[in-house]
Design a protein around this ligand. Structure first.
Ligand SMILES: C[S@@+](CC[C@H](N)C(=O)[O-])C[C@H]1O[C@@H](n2cnc3c(N)ncnc32)[C@H](O)[C@@H]1O
Length: 290
């Protein structure tokens, strides 16, 4: 979460509880994991023993790494998250319980690890949790703890310029229709509505932030205007209570790439294609420049 507005433990508990109902884009898809796998494999097959750090506690990444362990690779996996509630909640979503995971509570910006400690660092949508002014510090810290031939693999979203034209009304109408036509489940719709509102919210403030809070007036207007999508909005607002007052940070693709290049060489990047908006959520394979 954005550090200006770090949620209190009680709020985290609520967010952690909603995580099981989150789908891509909020969580990595099977296609995303395939891309992570194709990049990580190139590193993991290089050496042993191999130390990996997950920024966060992403269940899908933990399962991916546990699969390498089952295949006989000698991996030592560390998790680093500031929030014990989130780690506990993510533990319950992991499929393959990794016996060799070391869970650490701590800040990504000030990690407790020595220089050159890890062969690989992975993270899913970690950049949005760090405010713009501190994003370069995060990259510097990851570079510090990576070995000189190490890699950082992360899914990182960037501003969708087309979202400037989104409206709450149009998104509700589009997804209500998809629901009536049985094209998407209600859970999928909740996730896609969240994504579209998030993307639109970037254009409603000057601080490079994204938050449902910036659309409060749009939601109020929609709730009193005539139309047949109020049921969907009410359901969305009820479902999103825990996320309503949270702020994340965003930047355009070119700025993000420039930032990566300060500490890393961009080896490859690729986006999955198995969910809406995957094109703004590339997975980057960055090699240390040390
Ligand atoms: C929305 S959540 C989950 C996102 C992530 N994809 C995952 O699955 O772990 C973001 C996670 O990042 C953690 N987090 C945010 N900022 C952090 C920081 N500066 N240091 C450590 N953990 C942080 C939160 O505690 C939370 O578990």
């Amino acid at each position: 979460m954005n550090k200006n507005k770090k949620p209190q433990p009680r709020e985290w508990k609520k967010i952690a509880l909603t995580w099981k109902d989150m789908l891509p884009p909020s969580r990595p898809s099977l296609g995303d994991i395939r891309v992570y796998d194709s990049f990580a494999k190139q590193e993991i097959k290089k050496g042993k023993p191999f130390k990996v750090l997950i920024l966060g506690a992403t269940p899908e990444l933990r399962d991916l790494l546990s699969r390498y362990c089952l295949l006989g690779y000698d991996l030592k996996v560390f998790l680093l998250d500031i929030n014990p509630e989130m780690i506990r909640a993510m533990d319950s979503l992991v499929v393959i319980k990794g016996k060799r995971e070391k869970k650490i509570i701590g800040d990504w910006l000030k990690t407790p690890f020595n220089n050159d400690f890890f062969n690989l660092v992975v993270g899913d949508e970690v950049m949005i949790n760090i405010k713009k002014e501190e994003r370069t510090d995060l990259l510097k810290e990851v570079s510090r703890i990576l070995k000189p031939d190490g890699a950082f693999i992360l899914r990182a979203s960037y501003v969708n310029p087309r979202a400037r034209k989104f409206t709450v009304k149009k998104s509700l109408a589009k997804y209500a229709e998809m629901y009536f036509q049985n094209k998407l489940s209600l859970t999928q719709i909740m996730n896609y509505l969240f994504e579209e509102f998030w993307e639109l919210s970037y254009f409603r403030n000057k601080k490079n932030l994204i938050s449902l809070k910036f659309l409060e007036n749009d939601f109020k207007k929609e709730l009193v205007s005539p139309g047949s999508t109020k049921w969907l909005l009410k359901r969305f607002l009820e479902n999103s209570k825990a996320l309503f007052n949270q702020y994340w940070s965003w930047e355009p693709k070119t700025e993000q790439l420039k930032r990566f290049k300060k500490y890393f060489k961009v080896e490859q990047y690729e986006a999955a294609d198995d969910y809406f908006y995957s094109h703004i959520l590339s997975i980057y394979y960055l090699k240390s420049k040390k």
